[in-house]
Write a protein that binds this ligand. Structure first.
Ligand code: HEM
Ligand code: HEM
Length: 169
């Protein structure tokens, strides 16, 4: 029998990841990037890095669940939707990876745990440029993803959003 909805763990992971990514995009752009690199930034950085690592980890969980669960829904996802989801996953992974490399290169861990100082400006590091550019890509992908969901919901009227909610099969 065709299952209409994603499985419960997939729905839970989707919305937790969505929350994390939107939080990171907004606070990264409007809070973190504007703060001077003094000791007052450390708490914000720690939160950003922990949630960023979680977001990267959830991509891996999502891909594993998608492959493991026999009831992964087929319709109405098509090739374009699949490509879009892969693009989202890849871009978020790239954010987590570039963030991690940036933190290692610029001595953030030493500042957090060893009493070292933060670099004068993260923008002096190449991974920061990658992180900043890819964040704009993630924003564009998320916007397209939400528009696509709304298009299905309101114009095609196929009840697509219900697939990503808890409920009877
Ligand atoms: C906030 C608004 C969002 C809405 C309304 C939404 C809605 C949906 C819906 C309805 C599906 C199922 C599509 C289908 O059946 O083919 C889906 C799947 C998916 N969404 Fe979202 N989404 C949102 C945010 C996000 C964000 C921020 C991300 C990025 C992390 C994301 C990543 C994904 C992925 C990767 C899938 C594929 C399913 C999977 O592999 O688990 N979504 N979304
Ligand atoms: C999916 C995960 C992540 C997202 C969506 C994200 C998002 C962002 C955004 C939007 C910015 C500001 C970029 C700009 O305005 O140019 C930023 C900056 C930054 N992020 Fe992330 N990030 C993620 C993961 C991480 C991780 C895992 C780390 C470290 C372990 C990290 C470390 C940093 C650092 C050090 C900055 C620089 C802050 C500054 O320039 O003052 N990020 N991030």
């Amino acid at each position: 029998m065709q299952t209409f909805r994603y499985a419960v763990p997939q729905v839970a992971v989707h919305w937790l990841a969505a929350l994390a990514v939107v939080f990171l995009l907004v606070t990264g752009t409007f809070v973190l990037a504007d703060l001077p690199n003094d000791a007052g930034k450390l708490g914000n950085l720690a939160i950003h890095m922990a949630i960023g690592a979680l977001a990267g980890f959830l991509v891996i969980v999502r891909v594993v669940l998608r492959r493991r669960l026999p009831a992964a829904p087929a319709a109405p996802s098509d090739k374009l939707a699949h490509a879009g989801h892969m693009a989202l996953n890849l871009a978020v992974l790239l954010m987590a990876a570039s963030g991690m490399v940036l933190a290692l290169q610029s001595g953030v861990f030493d500042a957090l745990f060893g009493g070292g100082a933060l670099p004068a400006d993260f923008k002096d590091f190449t991974p920061r440029k990658v992180h900043g550019l890819v964040s704009r890509l993630v924003m564009a992908f998320v916007a397209l993803h939400v528009l696509a969901a709304l298009y299905h919901q309101l114009i095609v009227k196929d009840g697509l959003i219900a697939r990503m909610t808890f409920g009877k099969k």
